[in-house]
Ligand binder design. Sequence first.
Ligand code: NAG
Ligand code: NAG
Length: 274
Amino acid sequence: MCMWRFILFLISAQDVFGASSDADNTISVMEGDSVTLHISVSAIERDDQILWRFGPEDSRIAEIYKQKIPTYDSNEIFKDRLEMNNQSGSLTIKNIRIKHSGLYRVTIISNGGTSDKSFRVTVYAHLPIPNITRDFSQYSSSSSSSQNCSLVCSVLNASHVTLSWYAGISVLSSISVCDLSISLSLPLEVQYQDKNTYSCMLNNPISNMTTHLDIGEICQPYADSEQCCGSTEAVIRLVISAVVGVATVVILVDHFRSSSVGHKLRAEMSPSVP
Ligand SMILES: *[C@@H]1O[C@H](CO)[C@@H](O)[C@H](O)[C@H]1NC(C)=O
Ligand SMILES: *[C@@H]1O[C@H](CO)[C@@H](O)[C@H](O)[C@H]1NC(C)=O
């Protein structure tokens, strides 16, 4: 299953060559899904026995015999996630987790003889959203920095994923990780005036997550931006406080004036009241 081209971490020969050929069926699912391993027994006959096994130890996990109720081997890995259909013998794994990835084998013993079937199940984690940040470590006094903006797209603790930078729909660069859960980051250098639409995509074989780059937002000229925005902000603050100050004075003056007029009016009117 693992056929990542760019960077390969600790791939055993079995992963590369064995995985896709050692099973009759390969199934990829997202963590949290329910998956059913179908077997094509039309209906379990009176004396049929169906036995499911899992993992490198080939441990027995579920069994049905003589049309009775399926039994599940008490099992720390699956707890109560297994459900075997007592008509078809198909096995359902509910709310599947990463650790349930592996090889499932079923043996069907009937009057007609014995048959085997196997399923290679790969469970993929939900992908995090890739994070694009400015890479200030690349910001040096060299001439490139005045024209260029260094960025990095990163994800934490990912496995079985590829992280790629796209310009439009073409891939600019990619980095992949197979089995290990590690943090990945991938640099990109763009020019401030660049009109391409860039995006950073994280994907595994069954899903993807994309973050679009907003150059105008992330790539403000570094040194200039401090000056520009610092002083602009100061000016705006000054103007606002001046406006607020003037307004306060105007309101106060107005208030005092109207209340003193009121006093005057009342004073003038009081004598005429009998
Ligand atoms: C600036 O970035 C462009 C790619 O956008 C690259 O081709 C060029 O070499 C960079 N310039 C410098 C001086 O690093
Ligand atoms: C990303 O996933 C969507 C579905 O979520 C799919 O339609 C699309 O083709 C995928 N894109 C790539 C490049 O794999």
